[in-house]
Design a protein around this ligand. Structure first.
Ligand code: SF4
Length: 342
């Protein structure tokens, strides 16, 4: 294997076995530009993205192992109110939107394993309709909008260019603060984007042993830290997300070393804020997750149901939270730390 065949970009461009494209999009410039990046994929025309994405009796795990990409359009429910399981970082007007559903990464704790009917990925090419809808929803008010919850948009930037599209939207709509959440280490595209106060890069980081065990296909902690350092040095507002916090053997030592490692790589004075919270999931997603991954240690853990979410029991959660808070406070002021809890 040559170095270029093994590069993250080359691996990405051979990632999809099939590309399904809605008939009305076939031949469009946006669809062609995407399809041309995947010379090995079989391209199949379809009527509607749901014909593939929402089929009954799909195997989520089998599809994740050999993922297909679906190119479609969406015309309803383009913007959602932020879910109670997600952090609003003190913003009362909190929304999210998903130009892409499904992820190239494969984290064992990912709620998508219980949320979607299958493991394929859909990209909506009528992106401008989403931007228009966000403008309508905001109606000139200040809003906080997360654009990369049900996917990792930055990991697909060389394919879709949606991060740059949202950046130019943020530049023209300063009342809308956009959060781009990612575990990607290929953040070179940020060099071409002017840092904006209302375009936040939220980098999700986990202790190395959790990353190796539970975050399949995700770049290493080391690489993510390098990417985070570059983003901060370029002047982009950098949010750190230690979410989900997972119960592990030697929790204290593991998380203490992890936080130390993060702040020996990242300039603490350039971190905008930090969010963290214990693993939590809705009952219906947990049920589907257990069905899709019957031997997953994360799915099978005996969580406690509290206020509509399954999570570790309160005593365990409080212990983990207080420890992590103590480690983070060594580096960052308390008013920049946001905790999710029930
Ligand atoms: S990176 Fe996020 S969206 Fe992607 S698999 Fe992991 S948890 Fe899920």
């Amino acid at each position: 294997m040559t170095e270029s065949e093994g590069s993250p970009q080359a691996r990405l461009y051979s990632h999809f076995s099939h590309i399904y494209v809605e008939k009305n999009l076939a031949g469009s410039k946006r669809a062609e530009n995407i399809i041309n990046k995947f010379p090995k994929a079989n391209v199949i025309e379809i009527n509607h993205y749901k014909d593939i994405f929402n089929r009954k009796n799909q195997s989520f795990s089998a599809q994740k192992a050999s993922q297909s990409l679906i190119l479609g359009e969406k015309h309803a429910d383009l913007v959602y109110k932020g879910a109670p399981f997600c952090q609003d970082f003190g913003n009362s007007e909190f929304y999210y939107t998903s130009l892409v559903m499904g992820c190239v990464y494969d984290c064992e704790y990912c709620y998508l394993r219980g949320m979607y009917p299958g493991g394929n990925m859909v990209a909506f090419l009528n992106a401008e309709d989403f931007l228009d809808e966000v403008k309508k929803v905001s109606c000139g008010k200040k809003i906080f909008l997360c654009i990369s919850y049900d996917t990792d948009l930055a990991a697909m930037e060389s394919v879709f260019g949606f991060c740059a599209l949202w950046h130019s939207f943020a530049e023209k709509n300063r009342n809308i603060t956009i959060e781009l959440r990612t575990k990607c280490a290929e953040l070179g595209f940020l060099k071409k984007l002017r840092p904006l106060e209302n375009y936040i890069i939220a980098l999700t980081l986990s202790p190395e042993k959790n990353a190796v065990r539970y975050e399949k296909k995700v770049p290493s902690l080391e690489k993510r830290l390098e990417a985070g350092r570059m983003a901060a040095e370029l002047g982009h507002p950098l949010r750190l997300s230690f979410d989900p916090m997972l119960k592990t053997d030697n929790f204290d030592e593991t998380y203490k070393d992890f936080i130390q490692k993060c702040f020996s790589s990242l300039p603490a004075n350039k971190i905008k804020d930090i969010g963290f919270g214990a693993f939590r999931i809705s009952p219906s997603y947990l049920k589907a997750m257990r069905k899709n991954y019957p031997s997953s240690a994360i799915a099978l853990y005996p969580y406690e149901l509290q206020d509509g979410a399954y999570s570790y029991d309160k005593t365990e959660r409080d212990y983990m939270t207080s420890k992590l808070m103590k480690y983070i406070e060594k580096y960052i002021n308390n008013d920049k730390i946001y905790l999710w809890d029930t």
